[in-house]
Design a protein around this ligand. Structure first.
Ligand SMILES: Nc1ncnc2c1ncn2[C@@H]1O[C@H](COP(=O)(O)OP(=O)(O)OP(=O)(O)O)[C@@H](O)[C@H]1O
Length: 312
């Protein structure tokens, strides 16, 4: 199936010469939730803005639903909803009217039943006649989503949807995204919170210094790059790691009670069996053991750090 969004060799050099995007290519399939991760200043907002027509690319192409974002801007833009980072700024506006206004911007009639349905979905219906200034912070965020959905777009961009919100609100936003995904909306979100990508995304892209350095199915990414750590709780504290265990990559905790062994889950042999025999031969007994999978966060930090090291 043709991707719903296709970005080809997109470049953006801002006035003054700063190159914020370097030959970015990316395909997004209909119905997927894609998380774009990257450190501060990596180019996430620039990429979203270029796709949504808010920033003019220096070169490259973007098509949305087959429409070129430059030569067929209206048709392409009609398919896109954008939830910006900033909070709504019209304090006296009435909630329902604000959503109707957003719909009107796309030349659609103010269909009350559609607007009410969107307000209900975002639990804002009770507030439809309130002024925006009377909304809580969480409600204001939901209003931004409602406004972005007002013209029934097929793709929703969320630019750091939960930056600076509390945990409850963050989970609230995740539930909203989950429900939207269930209705077939394609979702692209940028985030600093790895946990957010881990929770919601089907695929993850990492951008660093204007370049996409990785795009991968989330589960696959965690499987491929993930390492596991085996922690042994020792029966008696160990003064030092004996020389007979030197071939294993072991670390002894400062309090001498725990031994950890890092291994690659993808390796043909994890080395655990031989480690166990070597421990027994060295007379080291343990009371307990546990394994931990490295998180998406560990993987991300590694990737960006390696990128720095290789000059990316
Ligand atoms: N209008 C502009 N003129 C010049 N440089 C800009 C402009 N907008 C952004 N930049 C620069 O482009 C780079 C990418 O910025 P962008 O906002 O896309 O990053 P980001 O990944 O969204 O960052 P953050 O996570 O901090 O929001 C930054 O170095 C930024 O300073």
């Amino acid at each position: 199936m043709a991707p719903i969004l296709s970005v080809r060799q997109l470049e953006k050099t801002y006035e003054g010469g700063f190159q914020a995007l370097k030959s970015v290519s990316l395909d997004i399939q209909k119905g997927e939730v894609f998380a774009l991760l990257g450190p501060n200043g990596a180019g996430k907002t620039t990429l979203i803005s270029a796709i949504c027509g808010l920033v003019k690319p220096t070169s490259g192409t973007v098509t949305v639903g087959g429409f070129d974002i430059q030569s067929d801007f209206r048709k392409a833009r009609q398919l896109i909803g954008l939830v910006p980072q900033e909070m709504p700024t019209a304090p006296f506006e009435i909630v329902g009217d604000s959503v109707a206004f957003s719909r009107g911007l796309f030349g659609l009639r103010p269909d009350r039943s559609k607007i009410d349905a969107i307000l209900k979905d975002l639990t804002l219906y009770e507030k439809r006649t309130s002024q925006i200034m009377a909304l809580s912070g969480g409600m204001k965020r939901r209003l931004l989503v409602a406004k972005a959905l007002a013209h029934e777009p097929q793709i929703l961009f969320l630019d750091e949807p939960t930056a600076g919100v509390d945990v409850e609100l963050r989970h609230d936003m995740w539930r909203i995204v989950g429900r939207l995904r269930d209705t077939g909306v394609t979702i692209i979100l940028t985030t600093h919170y790895i946990e957010e990508a881990e929770e919601m995304a089907d695929r993850v892209g990492v951008i660093n210094k204007g370049e996409i350095i990785l795009v991968e199915n989330k589960t696959e990414l965690m499987r491929k790059l993930g390492r596991k750590v085996l922690t042994l709780t020792l029966a008696e504290p160990l003064a030092e790691i004996p020389g007979s265990l030197a071939e294993f990559d072991l670390t002894l905790s400062e309090d001498k009670h725990f031994l950890t062994y890092a291994y690659d889950t993808q390796a043909e042999r994890t080395g655990i069996t031989s480690l166990m025999s070597a421990l027994a031969a060295a007379g080291i007994r343990f009371q307990d053991l546990q394994t931990d999978q490295s998180s998406l966060e560990d993987i991300f930090v590694d990737l960006v750090r390696n990128g720095e090291a290789s000059g990316l």
